[in-house]
Design a protein around this ligand. Structure first.
Ligand code: AMP
Ligand code: ZN
Length: 495
């Protein structure tokens, strides 16, 4: 069904700073690229908010009948802050701390990321390429940029020449920064830097002896700069020009600005038609981030196992809470906001589930078709999920009015109301019923397991091995294996 022919979707384009009517390059098909996680630690709730924002975009585009190719990468090498002049690759750092191979770190956190996204009932992307799987293509594009005069080699490393690029292009157009201001504000070049100018950025870095993730190239044994992978992987799978590029607001500069410069320099074309940026999840007004230590992990949120939390919440309630804010607004995390979302979610689902048992009349007091279009209008207005949710509550209000006899509905309208609510709740928002017996219903189960693990630990501490062994053995008999490790006890379910 090509619903998109009847609906006109507008998207706020970060580069024009305006809402624009969405017209894909190829009729009926959409190419979308979203910057994925750097897999050196567990994703926190802030990261998840951004990925869930784009899951909503993906789902709605598919709901409208578009054939969507959604590419989201895994950064498994090369994410250096400040081009490595003030720090090491976080994956390597983590590998040293955990005494693992870098690829073990990558695997561990990629699996965790996938599990978390599955718990949130997010759809996997169509392609999930890795930086390390595209080294050859990255070397090729560096060579092209050198050949075209936009990059230079120095001591085995290659840098993008921003000044030269800016002579015939506009560096800074996404982030709204002027090169002159950048030059005026930028700190002095570090003495050991090989860059011609501080605003230049690394395309290829020669590896120091301790840098074990390294590949041969025409310039040195080294590794690619972080911005390069996204240029390579987006254009490889979506073409030199594609429809949508997304990521968190904090990636606008330098990451996305550099992506534009690289793609324009190498391919002579602006790569992206619609730039979308999701706003941040904050906690007490501060951006949730790993480095400031204010991050909450999704599993902690599901189990309630974090000092900032009063109790656990199911993944679908967390998702509902996230979608009650528009993706371009800041969302502040709090226990009370989550509790309010949970109440609202339960009310909405209860009303939805009762539609099928409503008694029907010969007339309706509610214009279902007009209401249905309002739901679409909300999503067509730059994926405005809070307005959509408000409309769904209008539907629920009507259902409750029919239930208490103060309004009536025809059978036909009840069918349409049910189908519309189902489509928006399940297909577009990707919500699930709490209490459904699936893996996603892990929160109460996990909380119960934590209680058992604590009881076993205290039994062991009291040398009551009869009790501790009994807990372990009876759980095993029930198909749950406890595992004691460095970081405490975890469990796995035997399939
Ligand atoms: P990273 O793994 O650091 O590259 O981040 C993965 C994604 O999460 C990026 O798109 C970031 O913009 C996004 N992100 C990081 N912190 C937050 C936050 N507090 N709220 C929303 N998105 C975030
Ligand atoms: Zn990226």
């Amino acid at each position: 069904m090509s619903l998109y022919k009847d609906q006109s979707l507008s998207i706020y384009n970060s580069i024009s700073k305006e809402k624009e009517l969405f017209t894909p390059l190829h009729q009926g098909a959409v190419g979308m690229y979203v910057c994925g996680p750097t897999v050196y630690s567990n994703v926190h709730l802030g990261n998840c908010r951004t990925f869930l924002s784009f899951d909503l975009v993906f789902r709605y585009l598919k709901h409208l009948g578009y054939k969507v190719r959604y590419v989201r990468n895994i950064t498994d090498a090369g994410h250096l802050e400040n081009d490595g002049e003030s720090g090491d690759d976080p994956i390597l750092k983590k590998a040293r701390i955990e005494q693992l191979e870098p690829m073990e770190v990558v695997q561990k956190y990629t699996v965790d990321f996938h599990n978390i996204m599955a718990l949130f009932n997010a759809n996997p992307p169509s392609i999930e390429p890795t930086a390390t799987g595209h080294i050859v293509e990255q070397i090729e594009i560096v060579q092209t940029l050198i050949d075209k005069g936009y990059a230079y080699e120095k001591n085995g490393s290659v840098y993008f020449d921003v000044m030269t690029f800016n002579e015939d292009h506009e560096y800074g157009k996404l982030s709204g920064r002027q090169l002159e201001d950048m030059i005026a504000n930028i700190r002095e070049l570090q003495a050991q830097s090989d860059k011609k100018n501080p605003q230049d950025f690394a395309l290829w870095k020669k590896a120091e002896p301790q840098h074990i993730m390294r590949w041969p190239s025409p310039w040195s044994v080294g590794f690619p700069g972080w911005h390069l992978e996204c240029t390579v992987m987006s254009t490889k799978y979506l073409g030199k020009r594609f429809d949508i590029h997304g990521g968190g607001m904090d990636l606008k500069f330098p990451h996305h600005e550099c992506e534009i410069a690289q793609a324009e320099g190498a391919h002579g074309a602006s790569p992206v038609n619609y730039w979308m940026h999701a706003n941040m999840l904050t906690i007490n007004g501060k951006k949730m981030s790993k480095s400031t230590g204010n991050s909450i992990l999704p599993r902690e949120l599901f189990s309630g196992n974090n000092d900032l939390l009063k109790r656990g919440f199911s993944p679908t309630v967390v998702k509902f809470f996230i979608y009650q804010a528009h993706y371009r607004s800041i969302l502040d995390f709090s226990n009370s906001a989550l509790e309010a979302s949970e109440k609202g979610f339960n009310r909405l689902m209860e009303a939805f589930k009762s539609i099928e048992s409503l008694s029907h009349s010969k007339k309706s007091d509610f214009d279902i078709s007009a209401w249905k279009q309002k739901c679409y209008d909300a999503m067509n207005d730059d994926f405005n999920s809070p307005i959509l949710i408000a409309e769904l509550f209008e539907g629920a209000k009507y259902i409750n009015a029919v239930k208490d006899g103060s309004a009536s509905i025809t059978e036909e309208d009840a069918i349409q109301l049910h189908a519309t609510m189902k489509a928006f709740l399940y297909d577009v928002l990707g919500l699930e019923e709490v209490g459904k017996a699936t893996e996603t219903d892990g929160a109460p189960f996990d909380a119960a397991m934590q209680v058992l693990i604590e009881l076993r630990n205290s039994a062991r501490a009291n040398k009551d091995f009869a009790t501790s062994d009994r807990i372990r053995d009876e759980l095993l008999a029930a198909g749950i294996q406890l595992k004691d490790g460095k970081d405490g006890t975890s469990y796995s379910i035997q399939k």
